[in-house]
Ligand binder design. Structure first.
Ligand code: ASP
Length: 347
């Protein structure tokens, strides 16, 4: 690559592009063109930047699969023209969105970096500038004529993570994200240090990008807590048209062994609902069968989410449910790493 890398900045909304309405004190979205105006330093980067903004930027609480589709469409339409993509979204649902986008883009060969900020770009102590500048720098980093990053990532507060390994963990501090089960892919200090052993390396460089734009969102999260009633479990599992459930269990994937509970799960699985066991713990993995309280889950056909995050499990289920797999096939694909979201070396 001899010419300057070209980066497409895609603004969907979020604090990074917001401004205070001094009449109401609330933050509202503002004209995206001002984001470049606010960071003249961007001109110093050795790349050319173009930008695309959603007509009506959203707070990421309003994110949904139609917006996911819109984001991957912009990438698809511009894939050959640009060397990398930086996507600005609100941080609140950034882990969900970036995880979903990682499944929607198959055979990705270019960097797709999500970022945002905790403070609006115009604020004196904003974290937006560093997040945006370094994300762009990462998106245009090249080694041996190839992009260093060829996967969907999330950059926030000096760390680059594999997006589908992240969770938002703090609504106050600049360090808003964590990736408990996978190390950062890069860290920014005096130097930008890439941790090349944990970065995904595409096997073949000439594979065509496949965009999976359809997702199934007839799914639910069932989070267990001591005292949960049969009534609640039943009403979730009997939701009209329900296709899949992320069952948030305790510790290493443990759940009550009461008969009513196991019968509710068993009947739901018989009705064709796919149930995935994900731990409520921020770190560590589900090991079905490790304790007596998870042996039956495995026997009745509950799928192990291993060390996947809930955000990524939701995205993966939305993606795999489009395939019409039987339980065995869906279990096989869910329990295996497709985009680096799950550790293959776990049981
Ligand atoms: N509420 C905002 C959003 O997620 C927060 C942020 O941008 O960080 O859109």
């Amino acid at each position: 690559m001899t010419k300057k890398p070209t980066i497409l900045l895609i603004y969907t909304g979020g604090t990074i592009g917001m401004i205070k309405d001094y009449d109401t004190n609330a933050l509202k979205a503002f004209d995206f063109s001002r984001i470049i105006e606010k960071i003249p330093e961007l001109k110093q980067l050795n790349c050319s930047i173009e930008s695309f903004s959603f007509d009506e930027p959203i707070d990421s609480s309003n994110m949904n699969i139609a917006y996911y589709k819109a984001i991957v469409k912009v990438i698809e339409n511009n894939y050959t023209k640009f060397d990398g993509f930086v996507i600005l979204t609100g941080s609140d649902t950034m882990s969900y969105t970036s995880s979903a986008v990682s499944f929607m883009l198959e055979n990705l060969q270019k960097p797709v970096i999500f970022t945002g900020s905790q403070l609006p770009i115009g604020d004196l102590r904003t974290d937006a500038k560093e997040n945006l500048i370094t994300s762009i720098e990462i998106a245009c980093s090249i080694k041996n004529n190839k992009p260093i990053i060829a996967e969907v990532c999330l950059y926030f507060e000096y760390k680059l993570y594999r997006a589908n390994r992240t969770s938002k963990i703090n609504a106050e501090q600049f360090e808003a994200f964590a990736s408990m089960n996978y190390p950062p892919l890069a860290e920014s200090g005096v130097h930008l240090n890439f941790n090349e052993y944990v970065i995904h390396q595409p096997k073949e460089t000439n594979q065509k990008l496949i965009v999976r734009e359809n997702l199934v969102n007839d799914i639910a999260i069932l989070k267990l807590f001591p005292g949960i009633t049969e009534n609640v479990v039943k009403s979730i599992l009997e939701t009209n048209n329900l296709k899949g459930v992320i069952l948030e269990t305790y510790g290493a994937g443990n759940a009550p062994s009461e008969t009513w509970f196991l019968n509710q799960l068993k009947n739901a699985i018989k009705r064709g609902i796919r149930i995935v066991n994900v731990t409520q713990c921020a770190g560590g993995s589900v090991i079905q069968g490790h304790y007596e309280t998870s042996v039956t889950l495995k026997e009745i056909g509950v799928i192990s989410g291993k060390d996947i995050t809930t955000e990524s499990a939701i995205a993966k289920l939305m993606y795999l449910l489009t395939q019409d797999f039987d339980l065995e096939k869906l279990t096989f694909y869910f329990e295996k790493s497709l985009r680096g979201e799950i550790s293959d070396n776990l049981e």
